[in-house]
Design a protein around this ligand. Structure first.
Ligand code: IVH
Length: 678
């Protein structure tokens, strides 16, 4: 078979598997088989750039940094819908339509997906561009990002119009949203308030490979174009489904108002079981001719309306505000409320997030407040009922000193949170660090829940994480609530934790901003604790995904003598303080024995960072080109002298992207080849 045919065949096969997995949710091959095929295609494509196709499945993994977004004018403006919260107004809408049409009509009821809207244009069955709503007239061209969304077909099958537009919603599934926020919390990054914000924020990222990792999804609900397959909205969506688009099954043609209300009632309950957020029902006139006859107002179509579900909220009294100190010293204000029922659970506490939010709510003790369960796990206070404020209680102020140790709080520039800086002596910080250390994704030590840690701390058996390894069964068993068996279990689990791999030990140390992913990167880059301890700022930021904030935090951690002593102790107990031999083999010294010249300017790292990267991967950076030069790492505007010499000596040029692939720092590679550690 010819190379080009092989490439095409693999592309078709992978497209089909993407469709089976992301649209039909019925995969027919394993992830591993998929990744193997994708890698094969990637290799063929990079060896044969002449067969490049911007819509190849390999392009979904996201390419390099793109800068800014091009503004595109919508062919058809992206209007919004008139919306209502009342069934009475739905009935009014029905009446208006009935009177205006004065003939039989059908309505289509659909779910109102709560994401960020997108317009996709296809030409000859290929995705041409993806544009955000923007101001309705013009939006951002986010094609590169949208291509990473697996349920968006890059090429269609069947009998589609030559040119058309399809609109829909981009969504972040709840599970992805929860994981993302957990990860952001661990890294002390600000949390997304709900999946909608997370989806639109993700779509605006400048790096499509991060977008790819966020596992966005889509539902399409509106087909536009000069030549559409049918004259009914429902049939057009069914046709679009047959071309490969993800169209919701929660769609119904209704011929009467009671049918519409049944749909609303059913989905108001059933939507709680959906993997993505919905915030209402959209009701549309089915016939396109009737739609045309009804027309538009300045802002929205007369042939459709959105019925919004009530956000679940409750009104209750604010009794007090307490301030909690977390393991990182971040102080979180928590509202204590009169217990109230909300979505099936009793709510007694709600998060107030930070000082700015307290200020903007103008909270006073005794206020009647609205609590809502948004996307977040912890309910939040969304408003104060000012009408019921009779006796004004004390205004809620953010505290100045740590409620646990009295140390004055600090607020770092650009951050919303207040911190207690007394990280080595403030009790909840010490206990929090221990809880983090023993947690499942860190050292995974069983039997040491927060209560036990508290007990051990109070009894002076634990004062830092290293003490955990000095715990004696007899000491443990003597404590109330802990029997001999539990004590033995804790000891066994501590022993087992000595095999926990290096990257998890780094994570367990609880260095600010070093979450699981960053810990992995650090372990992969520096290989053992001694090298990591002495890493310079330049060496740290040369590591993929590590920027100024993390680098500063790592430097600060290792600059503290107490931390160095702690690590020495952990080392002496036998914890893994280096990559295992197997990990070393996998990580590989990819540039061992190579002599590399750097020339030109680069996008991803500075020249100094590339120098550090070469050395870290076992290579040698040399200044001038000679016959001994293995290759030139060639950036933009490479010096003409070096170029001439390289040509003369036949020295290979390797561009930035190729180089990053060589050292395993290409984001493409990490996304595509799941299963490898670094
Ligand atoms: S139809 C001209 N259908 O809700 C009307 N919109 O305020 C085109 N939305 O901007 C929109 N689910 O982002 C339509 N099934 C659905 C929808 C839906 C969510 C969003 C969309 C639109 C907004 C309307």
């Amino acid at each position: 078979m010819k190379i080009q045919e092989k490439i095409e065949l693999l592309r078709r096969e992978l497209e089909q598997h993407n469709y089976n997995y992301y649209v039909l949710s019925q995969p027919t091959i394993s992830d591993f088989e998929f990744d193997t095929k994708l890698r094969e295609l990637q290799e063929l494509e990079s060896a044969h750039p002449e067969f490049f196709d911007p819509n190849s499945p390999t392009q979904r993994v996201g390419s390099d940094i793109s800068d800014g977004f091009r503004q595109v004018t919508h062919v058809y403006p992206m209007l919004s819908l008139g919306n209502t919260y009342s069934e009475g107004e739905v009935a009014d809408f029905y009446e208006r339509v009935r009177k205006a049409l004065n003939e039989d009509f059908e309505l289509v009821c659909e779910l109102k997906y709560d994401g960020t809207s997108i317009s996709l244009t296809y030409e000859n069955g290929s995705l041409l561009r993806a544009v955000t709503r923007g101001d309705g007239e013009k939006g951002d061209d986010v094609t590169a990002n949208v291509k990473t969304i697996r349920s968006v077909p890059l090429r269609l099958h069947g009998n589609f119009p030559v040119l058309f537009e399809i609109r829909g919603e981009i969504l972040m599934p709840w599970t992805v949203f929860d994981d993302l926020n957990k990860e952001r919390e661990a890294q002390e990054e600000s949390l997304f308030a709900n999946p909608r914000n997370a989806a639109s924020g993700t779509l605006k990222l400048q790096n499509p490979s991060i977008v790819a990792s966020r596992k966005l999804d889509t539902y399409l609900y509106y087909l536009l174009g000069k030549k559409l397959p049918a004259d009914k909205h429902y049939d057009n969506l069914m046709a679009a489904k047959s071309w490969g688009f993800k169209i919701s099954d929660a769609m119904k043609v209704c011929r009467s108002l009671p049918e519409v209300f049944d749909f609303i009632k059913y989905w108001d309950e059933e939507r709680k079981n959906l993997p993505v957020a919905t915030d209402g029902i959209v009701i549309k006139v089915n016939s396109l001719i009737q739609q045309k006859n009804l027309g538009f107002t300045a802002k929205s179509p007369r042939w459709a309306i959105a019925y919004k579900f009530q956000a679940e909220k409750a009104l209750t009294r604010l009794n007090s505000v307490s301030f909690q100190v977390g393991r990182t010293g971040a102080v979180t204000p928590v509202a204590n409320l009169d217990p109230v029922q909300l979505s099936g659970t009793t709510v007694k506490r709600a998060s107030l997030h930070n000082a700015d939010i307290i200020e903007s709510l103008d909270l006073h003790i005794g206020d009647m407040v609205y609590v809502e369960k948004g996307g977040e796990i912890i309910p939040k206070i969304t408003a104060v009922d000012l009408d019921s404020r009779v006796l004004v209680g004390e205004k809620v102020q953010f505290i100045k000193n740590c409620p646990e140790c009295g140390t004055p709080l600090v607020r770092f520039e650009g951050e919303a949170a207040h911190y207690c800086p007394n990280d080595n002596a403030c009790p909840p910080q010490i206990k929090g660090k221990m809880e983090h250390f023993v947690s499942r994704k860190a050292m995974n030590i069983d039997g040491l829940g927060s209560e036990t840690i508290n007990l051990l701390y109070e009894n002076k058996l634990l004062s830092n994480v290293a003490d955990i390894y000095e715990l004696k069964v007899a000491d443990l068993a003597r404590l109330e609530r802990l029997g001999n068996k539990s004590a033995m279990n804790i000891r066994t689990s501590c022993e087992k934790s000595k095999n926990v791999p290096f990257e998890r030990v780094i994570f367990a140390l609880g260095i600010r901003f070093v979450g699981e992913t960053v810990a992995k990167k650090l372990a992969g880059a520096f290989k053992n604790i001694e090298v990591l301890e002495s890493a310079t700022y330049e060496e740290l930021i040369a590591v993929d995904e590590i920027g100024d904030r993390i680098a500063q935090s790592v430097l600060k951690f290792f600059a503290d003598e107490r931390n160095i002593r702690l690590i020495e102790r952990l080392k002496s107990y036998g914890l893994q303080m280096a990559l295992s031999e197997e990990q070393m083999r996998n990580a590989g010294d990819s540039l061992a024995g190579l002599s590399i010249v750097i020339s030109g300017t680069f996008n991803k790292h500075s020249r100094d960072e590339y120098k550090a990267l070469i050395e870290r991967h076992g290579g040698k950076n040399t200044g001038s080109v000679s016959s001994k030069t293995s290759f030139i790492l060639a950036g933009e505007n490479m010096g003409p002298e070096k170029l001439k010499k390289a040509e003369k000596l036949g020295v290979k040029l390797v561009n930035e992207k190729e180089f990053l692939v060589m050292i395993g720092e290409s984001e493409n590679q990490q996304q595509a080849f799941t299963g490898t550690l670094f």
